[in-house]
Design a protein around this ligand. Structure first.
Ligand code: PLP
Length: 388
């Protein structure tokens, strides 16, 4: 591979799409009713966690994803934390997830007092490999009194959390089937995949619970924000309850029936979310267009462009390429960033971080390989593309 060639091609296409200023990896777009909705909120005095926009934003997400219920939270990490708790994850248990993910997935697991177990990802989706999951479960677990026990640690495995990396759906149907066969609650970390479908079903709706993030760098943003989705009414009620300090509804009395959290999304953030949702379809259309530009470049340069699976419709949140080696990757990163085009390596494996280095893993062959080679390239919707 001629890395200088690839980097030059990347820089010149990035400038063609985004212009000559510094080009970030991903930036938000506010082309809709954002300021109108925000001002309405301020004028109404309902800026905090009670307000009609929160309910409206939840309804929007339910309608769009096809989930029966949605509960808005202050960010995606706490959405995951609460989802895990509701699924029944307790201290000293284990949660299966992938090592190739953003830190939030593992932090949320730790907040419950449980620990992650790391399963390898598929090379094409960068999401949890159903084959590796099956293999791990068959080799390492045993059923005891209705619980699934890890033979090595003697701990209960109480949930499985796959992640849809960069908005490309993982093989979620196969994973859901395995979790159902082994009776493991399934929680999808769909933080990056609003707008991504697998066999026409929205990501985040295959398991018991799914979670989204609306952080500033995600496909739509509420400043900070998250969402729990589920088809289970009991789970939805619990999610709402424990994200609102577990307050027992009453016109004026304070009564709380368990330890809860102050995780409810404020109305201001939800107002932003409602405005952003109005533009989601247009955003997705533009992002497909951006991805097509990158695809053509890298096909021409004979560089692997990360493609979603055929039976999916992806949101192209972040585009990515696979370079030949760690050395080539580092050269590419330095060259492009020096020229004001932001590119970034994929996350360091969670299993290599100090906090998680003692957690069990299955060898993680693909994860290790990908960690050294995958790079993200600028993927925002360009200003001049939306609204035209
Ligand atoms: C963004 C993200 C989250 C949640 O992030 P918040 O910043 O807390 O909203 C969780 N998991 C993944 C994979 C993410 O990319």
């Amino acid at each position: 591979m001629n890395i200088k060639n690839i980097a030059d091609g990347t820089i010149s296409l990035a400038k063609k799409i985004y212009g000559d200023e510094f080009i970030p990896l991903h930036r938000p777009i506010f082309e809709g009713a954002e300021t109108i909705f925000l001002n309405e909120c301020i004028d109404s005095n309902f800026v905090s966690s009670v307000g009609k926009r929160v309910i409206e934003f939840e309804d929007n997400i339910s309608k769009y994803t096809g989930a029966k219920y949605s509960v808005a939270t202050v960010n995606g990490t706490c959405a995951l934390h609460v989802a895990l708790e509701i699924a029944g994850v307790k201290p000293n248990e284990e949660v299966i997830t992938q090592s190739l993910t953003f830190i939030a997935t593992c932090n949320a697991i730790k907040y419950t007092g449980s620990s992650p177990v790391f399963i390898d990802v598929d090379k094409d989706t960068l999401g949890m490999s159903p084959k590796s999951l099956s293999k791990f479960l068959e080799k390492n677990t045993i059923k005891k009194n209705g619980f699934l026990i890890n033979k090595k640690t003697n701990k209960r495995i109480s949930a499985c959390v796959p992640m849809h990396t960069f908005g490309n759906p993982c093989r979620i149907e196969e994973i859901a089937k395995i979790c159902s066969d082994w009776e493991i609650p399934l929680i999808e970390d769909a933080a990056e995949s609003l707008g991504s479908f697998y066999n026409n079903k929205h990501t985040g709706t295959f398991g018991d619970l799914g979670t989204f993030s609306f952080n500033g760098n995600k496909i739509i943003t509420t400043g900070g924000g998250g969402m729990i989705v589920t088809n289970n009414l009991d789970f939805a009620k619990k999610a709402k309850h424990i994200t609102t300090t577990a307050k027992v509804p009453h016109p004026y009395e304070f009564n709380h029936d368990q330890i809860g959290y102050n995780y409810r999304m404020p109305n201001l953030n939800a107002a932003l979310g409602c405005a952003q949702m109005e533009k989601l379809e247009e955003m997705l259309f533009c992002k497909k267009n951006v991805a097509q530009n990158w695809r053509e470049l890298y096909n021409r340069l004979d560089v692997e462009f990360l493609e979603p699976l055929e039976n999916t419709s992806a949101n192209y949140w972040l585009n990515g390429i696979v370079l030949g080696s760690k050395k080539e990757r580092d050269k590419f990163l330095k060259y492009t960033n020096d020229k004001g085009v932001m590119t970034r390596p994929i996350w360091k494996l969670m299993s290599n971080l100090e906090m998680f280095k003692d957690c069990q893993n299955d060898g993680l062959n693909n994860s290790v390989w990908l960690e050294e080679r995958v790079v993200n390239i600028p993927s925002s919707v360009p200003d001049n593309m939306i609204g035209n």
